[in-house]
Design a protein around this ligand. Structure first.
Ligand code: PEP
Ligand code: MN
Length: 337
């Protein structure tokens, strides 16, 4: 249920309604727009309580929210959420591009890529320390050693870092070394993990599961928001279809669908969707044209030596070209890069 306040409602009236909602044992969620204030309510309301709330001074009307996701819904909060990070802001007019290697492989590889990304204007570096691999025999990431290397990069280059956390037990550890926690596609419905990244209060990059519906992605975001963490960025990274000429099928329509259903920022990962480096740029451009708030792109200085996802990695020079090509596109959709 949402309470829509009258456009001239006073602060005192808004506070009165919030206090009443709390008295009823319900959770109010205040969203102040330029014109109207909306108070979302989480919890069950009897018809009598409903009428009671409707009669409070300053209340215009009560509107039921039928969607199963509440805190992440635009009905609850019409204004887009903006998540600032290292001088950039997800969900604002600027396009934020995260880039870096799939995984931290060595000190040299990390530094070489990090420096190249900084020179290309990137402010948020991606690099996995714990890798969720399909095969237990594949490179699993350098773990804590990688986190320490990432710390060094953050300190010395002023870059912010996003890295994946695979289990609820590791959240505290990873959060101590990175600026944004990534929940990967394979863990999108690991509810214990979602609750823990919620409790961490750290910004979260939540990737869509490869077989997850948009509504399921939003329900996963809801787990994080319900744990009092509103700094959530959603990521479309391709889904499973019958088509196998790409690694996954980028669901480009997920971008406008999500932007209409939720106030949370939405970015696109063209690398994992494509699976091939030569498809990354056109898919990235399509994402910006469709209204994405940003991108996360895999870059490797020597893709042929990469320990994971080499085939989809851009070399730094190709990444720089992509950044240049994206600029006029961003301007065409009223954004900056
Ligand atoms: C990754 O970002 O390296 C990754 C494993 O992504 P996803 O969870 O989307 O497969
Ligand atoms: Mn990868």
């Amino acid at each position: 249920m949402i309470i829509i306040m009258q456009s001239h409602a006073t602060r005192q009236q808004v506070e009165g309604v919030v206090a009443r909602v709390q008295e009823l044992g319900l959770r109010p969620h205040l969203s102040e727009g330029d014109e109207t204030t909306i108070i979302g309510i989480i919890g069950h309301l009897t018809p009598e309580r409903l009428t009671g709330l409707e009669l409070l001074p300053g209340v215009d009307r009560l509107v039921p929210v039928s969607k199963p996701f509440k805190l992440s819904s635009r009905d609850f909060r019409p204004k887009s959420t903006v998540v600032p990070l290292n001088g950039q802001a997800f969900g604002d007019t600027g396009i934020v591009v995260i880039a870096g290697p799939c995984a931290v492989e060595s000190e040299e590889q990390l530094w070489e890529t990090a420096v190249a990304m900084k020179e290309a204007g990137v402010r948020i570096l991606r690099a996995g320390a714990f890798k969720p691999r399909t095969s237990p025999y594949s490179f699993q990431g350098l773990g804590v050693r990688a986190l320490e290397m990432l710390d060094d990069v953050r300190r010395r280059l002023g870059l912010f870092v996003v890295s994946e956390v695979l289990s609820a037990e590791d959240v505290e550890l990873v959060a101590g070394h990175v600026d944004m926690l990534q929940v990967g596609a394979r863990n999108m419905q690991n509810f214990a993990l979602l609750q823990e990244v919620g409790r961490s209060g750290h910004p979260v990059l939540l990737k869509r599961g490869m077989s997850a519906k948009i509504e399921e992605l939003l329900m996963s975001a809801e787990y994080i928001l319900a744990n009092h963490n509103e700094r959530v960025i959603l990521c479309e990274r391709g889904i499973r279809t019958f088509e196998d000429s790409t690694r996954f099928t980028l669901d480009i329509s997920a971008v406008p669908v999500l932007k209409s259903l939720t106030h949370l920022p939405v970015i696109v990962d063209p690398s994992h969707a494509a699976g091939k480096w030569n498809l990354v740029a056109p898919i990235a451009k399509a994402a910006i044209a469709a209204g994405a708030d940003g991108l996360i792109v895999e870059v490797h200085c020597r893709p042929e030596d990469a320990l994971s996802d080499g085939a989809q990695a851009l070399r730094p020079d190709r990444f720089r070209t992509l950044m240049e090509e994206l600029r006029p596109l961003a301007a065409a959709v009223g954004r900056t890069l």
